[in-house]
Design a protein around this ligand. Structure first.
Ligand SMILES: Nc1ncnc2c1ncn2[C@@H]1O[C@H](COP(=O)(O)OP(=O)(O)OP(=O)(O)O)[C@@H](O)[C@H]1O
Length: 825
């Protein structure tokens, strides 16, 4: 305490924008333990009192109140060395630190918060599997991600072991308490400075942003300061800490654009890593976007991110750099570490910086390098950061929860990792530096794409929603080639070929960029050569495809449509059917014109992109050979419910001894199944559940597909034309596009004389002022003149003609009389 008292009096001026939530004095009695802890403390030194006074002075009547008191907490860093100076302060039996030397702020001076969402780093105890690990957990129920999408990965951060000097600011949610701690651990010493907020998690109606604003302020104000060890050169260390905090301020003062941005309900984490400099990791939560996807959505979180970042202004952080904290925390920073600290102002954690081409960044391992060689993964939040001599790392995180979270972590990195990376750099003398976290980013051709969550996974791939540095949302398809035979890998690679061929076609999903880690394989695919057909892919390489992002697929649209119809007892709307059926046909027509057979047409492979359906997944597509309309497929794949009879029997011989081939008609059959599903809500063979049952019935030429009656007879005709068992009888797309369902026949125009006759009667009817008799006579006359009733048969005899004429003249006479009466009246 004396030491602390001898330290220079801190500047107590709080930052301008620092506001503290009001403390509810009545509530502060709730925690007896903390109360006792406070009362047992010796009275704070003068400067602490002044700090308290300053904090009180700047405590406005905030919305967030607290009903808890603050108690000093100590986080034990595992495997601390007994020789440390703090050892004397640790109770050997309980492992807890003694309270001596703890300098708590007075209860009154510590505002509390009910805000559960603006924690720096949250963790529940059960998600905190071992000491020294900080696990970030998120409220999944509040994750606003699209229901069809898989939840984004949460980010796990692990404290490094006690061997590493570190400084961190973090908060944990433990048993409903929120703890914000600022800890510095050193091999030689262990000194901790903690904020312990006994936070009753209670969701208030406070606006999220407001919560966010209060968050860091609460953290700053809810401070318990402790000095646990015999610290000899506090002032020196204080300077070191001040330096670190200065860096933290610098970092946080960066423009918001330096933080990467996540999509809906996203959190943004920014971390800066350097070898000897503290690692700084800031996570800010971005509120849910107003739009689901697209570039707009990409911009929204940026704004939020910006706003959040602004909470972490140097002003807000003034408290962190406060000499009081520096002194009392007595953070011992290894002089070797501090000596080599680079200026944090140089650590500009920008997405763009990470996006530099490989050449500019030195030997940066690719995503696939890291995938292949886990030892290269030095930048995982769960692990110690990598070779941080001058490395920077921005870690925008996936959407996590609606809860605002703010994570500031200041820690130096481990020299061991540097060695690890160096040794894993595949023989290169210089240590390989990786400036991005493969858990958070994909790198395709040197460009980084931040993961926003897994969209789905197909039979061979996984597809992720990603955002690029220019804030555009894409889908990133990753196909792992490990263990695949060369032919299959070659086939997967061909998807790139087809997508390249279909570039600029607006009803085909657009390939933005791609990378195949096995360059030889790609080269062969591009040159349509295959040298190693029977071999296997040697390296566990990957194919990365950056694609236009689709909001929803037709399968989900249909499910939604049928759900709506079930509740309203409606039948499917012909216009809705026409609208999408036409787009489906046009998309398939596009590939057929390019001599490509898709082979796996199904509703899930039509994506809605900005209101239009686009075709995806050319994984098993085949090019049609030059002089034939059919193709020979090497392997039989597809989706059973949509597979044509010939697809089941592909490469076999038919009754005439000809090899059965799959070509465009096979796609037409699949289209017929899709249309059937659009009309009836199920596929034509859905009642046959097993593969063999399906196989048997689909390959049986005598099997009759059942068609329930529909209001539009053209629809039945259309389905039948697609689902003809004999592939030669199936209509082609140009015909289908002209089918009467899409292009209804225009009724024949009546002769001009009849039109005029009708027009006269129409006029008379309109001008007779609603007279019932006149209207009726007009109607009867019109019926007599109706071309449908005036068939040649009805007028064949002179008698019939005379009868009709006298009928007409009688009606005309009556009508004239009627009009005269109306005129006279
Ligand atoms: N560009 C995209 N935008 C949005 N989602 C996509 C995109 N591409 C694919 N997906 C989603 O990922 C899923 C799997 O993608 P895709 O069909 O291309 O992979 P696959 O491995 O070939 O799948 P399958 O085995 O079903 O054929 C799709 O059903 C779709 O929901």
């Amino acid at each position: 305490m004396d030491r602390e008292a001898n330290l220079p009096l801190p500047s107590l001026r709080p930052p301008k924008n620092l506001v503290f939530p009001a403390t509810n004095a009545a509530d502060t009695t709730s925690s007896s333990s903390s109360s006792s802890s406070f009362s047992s403390s010796s009275s704070p030194p003068d400067f602490l009192r002044q700090v308290h006074a300053a904090l009180k002075r700047h405590r406005p009547l905030g919305i967030m109140q607290t009903n808890n008191s603050i108690k000093p907490r100590r986080t034990l860093i595992p495997q601390r060395e007994a020789s440390r100076s703090v050892a004397s302060n640790v109770d050997p039996t309980t492992g807890t630190k003694k309270s001596q030397g703890v300098v708590p702020l007075s209860k009154d001076s510590i505002p509390q918060t009910k805000n559960p969402v603006t924690v720096i780093r949250e963790t529940h105890e059960d998600a905190f599997p071992f000491p020294g690990t900080i696990t970030k957990t998120f409220d999944e129920s509040s994750n606003p991600f699209d229901a069809r999408r898989e939840q984004p990965e949460s980010v796990i951060a692990t404290k490094e072991d006690n061997q590493t000097p570190r400084t961190c600011v973090e908060s944990q949610l433990v048993e409903g308490k929120r703890k914000v701690q600022f800890a510095t651990v050193n091999k030689a010493t262990s000194q901790e400075m903690e904020w312990d907020v006994n936070n009753q998690v209670e969701v208030s109606n406070v606006d999220n942003d407001e919560m966010k604003q209060h968050n860091f302020q609460n953290m700053e104000s809810d401070v318990t300061l402790r000095s646990d060890g015999a610290v000899t050169s506090l002032a020196k260390r204080a300077m070191v800490v001040q330096d670190q905090l200065h860096q933290l301020r610098n970092f946080l003062n960066q423009p918001a654009t330096q933080s990467s941005v996540a999509g809906p309900s996203c959190a943004t984490t920014t971390s800066v890593n350097s070898t000897s400099a503290p690692m700084l990791n800031s996570t800010t939560y971005c509120s849910r976007l107003r739009t689901e996807s697209g570039s707009q959505s990409a911009v929204e979180p940026l704004r939020d991110s910006n706003a959040n970042s602004q909470n972490l202004t140097p002003g807000n952080l003034e408290q962190l750099s406060h000499p009081l904290l520096k002194d009392t925390s007595a953070m011992l920073i290894d002089p070797r570490t501090t000596a080599t600290q680079p200026s944090t102002s140089a650590i500009h954690s920008q997405f763009k910086e990470l996006d530099l081409p490989k050449e500019q960044k030195g030997s940066v391992p690719e995503a696939h390098d890291i995938a292949n060689n886990p030892s290269l993964v030095v930048d995982k939040p769960t692990k110690e950061r990598g070779p941080a001599d001058d490395g920077t790392d921005v870690q925008p995180q996936c959407p996590m929860s609606r809860n605002s979270s703010l994570n500031v972590k200041l820690e130096p990195s481990k020299p061991e990792n540097k060695e690890k990376v160096a040794s894993s750099s595949k023989g290169t003398s210089a240590p390989r530096k990786r400036s991005y976290d493969p858990d958070l980013f994909f790198k395709v051709n040197g460009k980084l794409y931040q993961r926003l969550g897994k969209i789905g996974s197909g039979g061979s791939s996984e597809v992720h929603k990603v955002i690029s540095s220019d804030c555009t949302i894409y889908a990133l398809k990753k196909i792992k080639l490990k263990g695949r035979d060369y032919g299959t890998a070659y086939g997967f690679c061909q998807e790139i070929l087809y997508l390249n061929k279909l570039k600029g076609k607006n009803n085909i999903i657009q390939l933005i960029d791609y990378e195949v880690t096995d360059k030889a394989l790609l080269h062969e695919v591009m040159n349509s050569s295959i040298s190693n057909k029977d071999g296997r892919v040697k390296d566990d390489g990957c194919i990365y495809m950056v694609l236009e992002y689709g909001e929803i697929d037709l399968a989900h649209m249909l499910a939604q449509k049928w759900k709506e119809m079930d509740s309203s007892n409606q039948t499917i709307d012909d216009n809705w059917l026409r609208f999408y059926w036409q787009q489906i046909l046009q998309a398939v027509n596009t590939i057929h014109e390019e001599r490509i057979v898709h082979s796996d047409l199904k509703p899930a492979n039509f994506l809605l992109v900005k209101g239009s359906l686009k075709l995806i997944d050319f994984g098993i597509a085949k090019a049609i050979m030059s002089d034939t309309t059919n193709i020979q497929r090497d392997s039989q794949v597809g989706t059973l419910s949509y597979m044509s009879p010939e697809a089941f029997m592909c490469n076999e011989s038919d009754a005439n001894g000809n090899t059965i081939k799959c070509g465009r008609p096979s796609d037409i059959w699949s289209l017929g199944c899709i249309l059937y599903q659009m009309v009836y809500g199920r596929t034509p063979f859905s009642e046959y559940k097993t593969f063999w049952a399906k196989f048997k019935v689909i390959t049986d030429p005598n099997h009759e597909i059942t068609y329930e009656p529909v209001s539009n007879p053209w629809l039945l005709d259309l389905m039948k034309n697609c689902l003809a068992w004999d592939r030669n009888e199936r209509w082609r797309i140009p015909q289908l596009l002209q089918h009467p369902f899409l292009v209804p026949p225009i009724p024949a125009q009546p002769p001009v004389s009849q039109q005029q006759g009708c027009k006269l009667l129409q006029l008379v009817s309109e001008t007779c002022g609603g007279d019932q008799e006149a209207s009726m006579l007009c109607r009867e006359l019109q019926q007599l003149l109706n071309p449908d009733t005036l068939t040649p048969e009805s007028l064949i005899s002179r008698d019939q003609q005379c009868k009709l004429l006298s009928q007409m003249s009688m009606l005309c006479f009556q009508l004239r009389e009627c009009l005269a009466k109306l005129e006279g009246g």
